[in-house]
Design a protein around this ligand. Structure first.
Ligand SMILES: NC(=O)c1ccc[n+]([C@@H]2O[C@H](COP(=O)([O-])OP(=O)(O)OC[C@H]3O[C@@H](n4cnc5c(N)ncnc54)[C@H](O)[C@@H]3O)[C@@H](O)[C@H]2O)c1
Length: 388
């Protein structure tokens, strides 16, 4: 895998990739390796983090990776409180956050403790929100165990819960002390979740690095087969790209918005499917295609680049979509409360080539309607092919 040409500092030692997110006030490391979870406690202690640790996880990884992290922390002399939530997007809620605050307070967890999130993006976002707000903020470490969380959500400090009127609407920018990604944990990840992560991996290629895009396109099968060395180099490459973007624009005042490519329509589809028909990464895959269709119509993206993308996405297994009907007005209402919307206008990042995008641009309702109609046709033809 060719390393994208970025300025994020990085090194490889004992099989572990170490990268840094360089912020204006401080820098923090991302450690990426295979089979490194047992050494988590040592890294934690090297960072001189508090002895009292609250590990927040979900019930799918409680007995495997959270238990491993807990044992490793105990060996390193820490006292650990384990908080386990059910899996799923619904946990990013006020209700769940309130229940966790109540547990922390009743257990007399002080400001001097730290929170370690072990799990996917849901656990990372929720635990990070708790860390950012509990007693005005306590130390925080991310141990991502899904591909999506390793390449995207654990890096960059965005933490949030959902509001009934919109996803990730209540949150903060709150950077972790470090991120510890063990790609071996992906060996137990369901194939559908690997595909969700693959959606975000492809996104990096489209928004900033065509060479990376084309090398990933050759590796879909190895990624789906969870080949550890391929996964490690892909996670490291994606983290390098994300670290570079975050370093240049921590608070998303400009360029960081390009990470949102595919997400305006993707989030709307995810919400329309009740967060179950389509998962986040699947919504992003379809959202990228629809937003690229818009870019072609606006003359921003050459048709042949769109065809390449369409062909590559056609190879990626997605749920059968023939029964998933989206109502345009409902999707449009969601897009209007997207964080990029301004003055009542939907705005989105548009690709101009494989490897280059614009900052968010206003897109009119008529074009959006056309993009959704295109997507409906595309989903029908995919479903027809898969049942043939
Ligand atoms: N903060 C950010 O910058 C950012 C960026 C992208 C996405 N997100 C958020 O991330 C969330 C999606 O994250 P996700 O895709 O990781 O979903 P998730 O956290 O729901 O994890 C997916 C499923 O995999 C299970 N799981 C986790 N690790 C496992 C493992 N190693 N083996 C077996 N099962 C495992 C989980 O229990 C869950 O059922 C969304 O809420 C999205 O909004 C945040």
């Amino acid at each position: 895998m060719n390393s994208p040409n970025t300025s994020a500092a990085s090194s490889k030692h004992d099989g572990i990739d170490t990268l840094h997110v360089e912020l204006s006030e401080r820098r923090y490391p991302l450690y990426i390796g295979a089979g490194i979870l047992d050494s988590f406690g040592e890294y934690y202690r090297q960072h001189q983090l508090p002895e009292t640790v609250v590990v927040i996880t979900d019930s799918h990884v409680e007995r495997t990776y959270a238990a491993q992290v807990q044992r490793s922390l105990k060996r390193a002399g820490c006292t650990v409180l384990l908080i386990v939530v059910p899996p799923g997007e619904k946990q990013k809620s006020f209700g769940r956050a309130e229940a966790i605050f109540a547990e922390l307070l009743s257990r007399r967890i002080e400001r001097s403790a730290a929170i370690v999130a072990v799990g996917g993006g849901v656990v990372g976002d929720l635990a990070g929100f708790i860390a950012a707000t509990y007693q005005r903020g306590i130390r925080f470490v991310q141990v991502p165990t899904t591909l999506l969380a390793q390449v995207d959500s654990s890096v960059g400090g965005k933490v949030a819960i959902n509001h009934r009127l919109g996803k990730n609407m209540i949150g903060a920018f709150y950077q972790p002390d470090f991120v510890f990604a063990d790609v071996q944990t992906l060996s137990t990840l369901p194939r559908r979740e690997i595909i969700c992560g693959l959606g975000e991996v492809i996104k990096y290629g489209i928004i900033m690095n065509s060479e990376f895009y084309y090398s990933v396109a050759m590796l879909h099968e190895k990624i789906l087969a969870r080949d550890a060395s391929v996964l490690q180099s892909i996670v490291a490459a994606c983290c390098r790209m994300k670290a570079e973007i975050v370093a240049g624009d921590e608070r998303e005042l400009g360029r960081r918005a390009i990470l949102n490519f595919g997400h305006t329509i993707g989030h709307a589809l995810e919400k329309a499917g009740g967060y179950s028909t389509l998962k986040h990464g699947e919504g992003v895959l379809l959202g990228m295609l629809a937003e690229a269709w818009i870019a072609v119509k606006l003359g921003a993206l050459p048709q042949h680049s769109f065809d390449v993308l369409k062909e590559d996405i056609a190879d990626i297994p997605l749920p059968r979509l023939d029964e998933f009907s989206f109502v345009f007005d409902e999707l449009y209402a969601t897009m209007l409360i997207d964080k990029k919307a301004k003055a009542g206008e939907v705005r989105m990042v548009l690709p101009t080539d494989i490897g280059a995008v614009t900052l968010p641009q206003p897109v009119g309702k008529k074009l959006l309607r056309g993009a959704i109609a295109f997507l409906q046709g595309y989903c029908k033809s995919r479903s027809a092919k898969s049942s043939a």
